[in-house]
Design a protein around this ligand. Structure first.
Ligand code: TRP
Length: 331
């Protein structure tokens, strides 16, 4: 155990392994994790159990889990600085989750918008999806972190987490501190073809830029992205999205240059798109290289995850013991 880890404040976050990461996922989570690991005692969980609440192919699942671990490492999460682990490897989460479910009114779960939206779309939810926020509360509280880096869409789940902590404390004595959200100001990256919608792979391959798309693929996808006529200064959502990407992945000069061209109505999107494609491809060049290397060393990745599991359990297990003690399960 590293000495300074004890001095640092702890953060924890989780990412579902459900296929390849795209640039929206990167900007929403991992990019932020890279900064956090420099300052905090950081725990990053690959929440495989949460991913089972969605439709999945059992033949693809293990590759999705390992793939996300590879992505974490290739993007620069450093196992010497962060605890990188797989949720199901630390079964303490599940035990705590059961205990929390016995404290959580069904009515509270019925209020969760993620669940309600799913039902509103006409799907019939499984019990795992309903209980999803309880497992998330256990993921978090078992590490007693100071803060949780999350997107806006997860705020309600964090509120429930803090409610559960409070219910537990009130009934069994002070155990959990309030956990703060660390909201990243994440740029909302939109679909390339349907820029009114958030970039999401559920829209289709051509709507998203995956981190491991090769440069020619990025170029082709951007070439098809919808824009506007660039006249009368007004900017469509599609064009605004490309400018947003230019601002993130490019340099100030090219951003200003194309902005200027847009407002004077002389912008050539073919040129902008080709440039943007180069910039994005360049931004992720090192990642693609490291990913290819790591793909050849799955045993190294498994080793990192095993060490992560051990480190995670060293923190999780005492919390579970404390909880069991307080509720009277220790004889
Ligand atoms: N529900 C989160 C999401 O969809 C994933 C998640 C699971 C999580 N457990 C967590 C995030 C614990 C933060 C902390 O993004």
């Amino acid at each position: 155990m590293c000495y300074n880890q004890g001095m640092k404040q702890r953060v924890l976050s989780g990412v579902k392994p459900s296929g390849k990461l795209h640039i929206g996922n990167y900007l929403g989570a991992v990019q932020n994790f890279l900064k956090l690991q420099e300052e905090y005692d950081s725990y990053f969980a690959i929440v495989d159990l949460h991913s089972l609440t969605e439709k999945f192919d059992p033949k693809a699942k293990s590759q999705e889990i390992l793939g996300l671990a590879i992505d974490f490492l290739a993007l620069g999460l450093d196992p010497a600085k962060s605890t990188i682990f797989i949720q199901s490897h630390v079964p303490e989460h599940l035990e705590l989750s059961w205990i929390f479910s016995c404290l959580t009114p069904v009515a509270e779960l019925e209020r969760m918008t993620q669940y309600k939206d799913f039902v509103a779309r006409g799907h019939s939810p499984n019990a795992g999806l309903f209980a999803y926020p309880i497992l998330q509360a256990a993921d978090i509280l078992i590490y007693k972190p100071k803060a949780v880096p999350i997107g806006e869409d997860q705020l309600q789940h964090l509120e429930l987490t803090n409610d559960i902590a409070r219910w537990f404390n009130n009934r069994f004595g002070q155990t959990f501190e309030k956990v703060k959200p660390l909201l990243t100001n994440t740029p909302r990256v939109m679909s390339l073809l349907d820029p009114a919608k958030k970039m999401s792979k559920s829209l289709g391959e051509r709507h998203v830029i995956y981190l491991n798309d090769e440069p020619d693929v990025i170029e082709k996808k951007l070439a098809r992205a919808v824009t506007d006529a660039g006249k009368d200064g007004a900017m469509s959502e599609g064009t605004a999205n490309l400018f947003k990407l230019l601002e993130i992945f490019g340099d100030k000069e090219s951003f200003e240059f194309y902005k200027e061209q847009h407002s004077s109505g002389i912008i050539r999107y073919v040129e902008l798109k080709a440039n943007l494609a180069k910039l994005i491809a360049h931004y992720f060049a090192e990642y693609r290289q490291r990913r290819k290397e790591l793909e050849k060393k799955p045993e190294y990745v498994r080793e990192v995850l095993e060490i992560g599991q051990q480190k995670a359990q060293m923190t999780a297990s005492p919390t579970l013991q404390e909880v069991k003690q307080k509720i009277g399960l220790i004889l």
